[in-house]
Design a protein around this ligand. Structure first.
Ligand SMILES: *[C@@H]1O[C@H](CO)[C@@H](O)[C@H](O)[C@H]1NC(C)=O
Length: 220
């Protein structure tokens, strides 16, 4: 029920994106910075050929979670949806190599009416808004992982997600970011209020690539 609903909503979003928001020229020229298992990833849609400092530091585009998602879709990509521990380790290495302190993923809490079938949302309500898949409950180690990707601590020193900003300023932390050692905790997942601006990662979506191929006869 939960996953069916999410799928329906995002299938609808994906097809409306296909119809009006796609800019083929932008898609064809999108910056792809790394590959993993045959598909491309883009770091803030940055051209790493020219956006690197002499010391190898990257100056990425910053965006809110929603802007990041729109940027990805406009480029025929989806916001990062981490499926495996290996995929997460590829992203971690990238952040370390280019000294990137934080990135948005496409993770979000499904907080609209009737979306989640189990509470609390902070534990059971997460999904990938790119692949339209449910993120495993945050209080267990996901199947196939050696440890939880969520941080052991955040602003209040407790396990993530903790919806900390709600306590501080009444804004829910509905979006999933990766921070590199923000709390002496390594590269880990944190729940963050979606309006914050930071770099983001987009990835190719086989679905969008296939649709563009079918509709326009183009290989992205
Ligand atoms: C993004 O934000 C970081 C941290 O505030 C800043 O150092 C960087 O210059 C910003 N990037 C751009 C392109 O403005």
């Amino acid at each position: 029920m939960f996953s069916t609903y999410v799928l329906a909503v995002f299938a609808a979003v994906a097809s409306s994106v296909m119809a009006k928001d796609i800019d083929l020229k932008v898609c064809m020229n999108r910056h792809q910075n790394m590959r993993f298992e045959g598909h491309a990833y883009s770091f803030s849609l940055t051209n790493m050929g020219s956006d690197l400092d002499k010391d190898g530091t990257l100056h990425p585009r910053n965006a809110t979670w929603l802007e990041a998602r729109s940027f990805c879709l406009k480029n025929c990509m989806i916001p990062l949806s981490i499926q495996t521990e290996v995929e997460f380790s590829v992203i971690k290495s990238f952040m370390k190599k280019y000294k990137v302190p934080a990135v948005w993923t496409g993770g979000r809490i499904c907080d609209w009416h009737g979306c989640a079938e189990k509470l609390p949302l902070t534990t059971y309500g997460w999904f990938w808004a790119g692949h339209n898949t449910v993120i495993p409950a945050t209080d267990v180690v996901p199947q196939g992982w050696s440890e939880s990707p969520w941080s052991r601590k955040g602003h209040f020193g407790v396990r993530q997600p903790d919806n900390a900003q709600y306590e501080i300023s009444g804004v829910h932390e509905l979006c999933l970011a990766i921070f590199d050692d923000a709390y002496e905790d390594g590269v880990k997942w944190h729940d963050v209020a979606c309006y914050h601006e930071m770099p983001f990662v987009c990835e190719d979506s086989s679905k969008i690539i296939k649709a563009v191929k079918e509709k326009y006869g183009l290989d992205l």
